[in-house]
Design a protein around this ligand. Structure first.
Ligand SMILES: Nc1ncnc2c1ncn2[C@@H]1O[C@H](COP(=O)(O)OP(=O)(O)O)[C@@H](O)[C@H]1O
Ligand SMILES: [Mg+2]
Length: 278
């Protein structure tokens, strides 16, 4: 049994009265154990559709037509709604773009942690509560006790997303999937929240698939990168190769678009981020 996530020939379409849109064309990629894989590409290229197809959170009229997404020996695509629910939250943690859509506005944060445990048949006791408090603290939530007693609307966007991250990691998932987890947040806290998410994921030897439009984030945090364009992966590989010697013209233009050219002709992808560490 291979560990990690192995997606093969995924084809996803949106069917409506006005016709069929093929949003994904034979997508194949792997997320190995302990690996952080970034997904980049312009808006509408299919990044969210990949993520949502894999974890069965695709909204109608979206439909996976072909392909497999093998995770620890089973094909997620073919699981029933009930089976995927057992995996989501427990084996695979998900962090969406908008934290407030992931939090229940009328249920105290503490109760929401408890509900996650209960949904997976785990007992709720002082130990599980302590674990939630620990995770909130390591996610950068000040005064976790107070946050646990409160409601989502009392939190800033950055704090709410930190709570969602703690919830996503609560049951120790082996894989964390994040879809532009900080785009809804203030610029000043975006990097901090991403730092937290990747640090907590990597420190525990989990793997991660992270969608982002921020190539600096990929340069800093990801081992490998998938470049999407119009529903296809046009290039994928180690960040150190793809960003330094891009092979596809779209990757080249994507990298050039974020480089600050000092003078005509001197722009180079290695100037991508002052703090990159590849
Ligand atoms: N609800 C929908 N109905 C029809 N087509 C959709 C819908 N959602 C997404 N699509 C199609 O899928 C493509 C990819 O969308 P998405 O995965 O959200 O892109 P990204 O996350 O890269 O911005 C869109 O360009 C569009 O053609
Ligand atoms: Mg998206």
């Amino acid at each position: 049994m291979m560990t990690g996530l192995h997606v093969r020939d995924l084809v996803t379409e949106f069917h409506s009265r006005s016709g069929v849109t093929r949003a994904l064309h034979n997508i194949s990629f792997d997320v190995g154990a302990n690996e952080v894989v970034g997904v980049v590409g312009e808006s509408g290229s299919g990044k969210s559709t990949v993520v949502r197809s894999v974890i069965k959170l695709l909204m109608p009229p979206g439909r996976v037509m072909e392909g497999t997404a093998e995770f620890d020996g089973q094909d997620l695509i073919r699981l029933s709604e009930r089976q995927i629910r057992q995996i989501r939250g427990k084996e695979i943690g998900f962090v969406a773009q908008n934290p407030f859509s992931a939090l229940n506005p009328v249920v105290r944060i503490e109760k929401q942690f408890a509900n996650i445990a209960k949904a997976h048949g785990l007992k709720v006791d002082t130990e599980s509560r302590a674990r939630a408090l620990d995770l909130l603290a390591s996610s950068g939530v000040n005064d976790p006790e107070r946050v646990m007693r409160g409601y989502a609307h009392e939190l800033s966007g950055g704090m709410a997303q930190r709570v969602v991250i703690a919830m996503a990691l609560y049951l120790n998932p082996r894989l964390v999937i994040a879809d532009e987890p900080t785009t809804a947040l203030d610029l000043t806290v975006q990097r901090q929240v991403l730092d937290t998410l990747t640090r907590l994921t990597k420190d525990c030897g989990r793997s991660m698939l992270i969608v982002t439009h921020d190539l600096g984030v990929v340069a800093n945090y990801c081992d490998r990168v998938l470049v999407m364009y119009r529903g296809r992966i046009v290039e994928q590989g180690p960040v150190s190769e793809v960003f330094v010697r891009p092979q596809d013209p779209y990757t080249v233009s994507l990298l050039n678009s974020v480089v600050q050219p000092k003078a005509a002709g001197t722009a180079h992808p290695t100037e991508l981020s002052e703090s990159r560490s590849i």
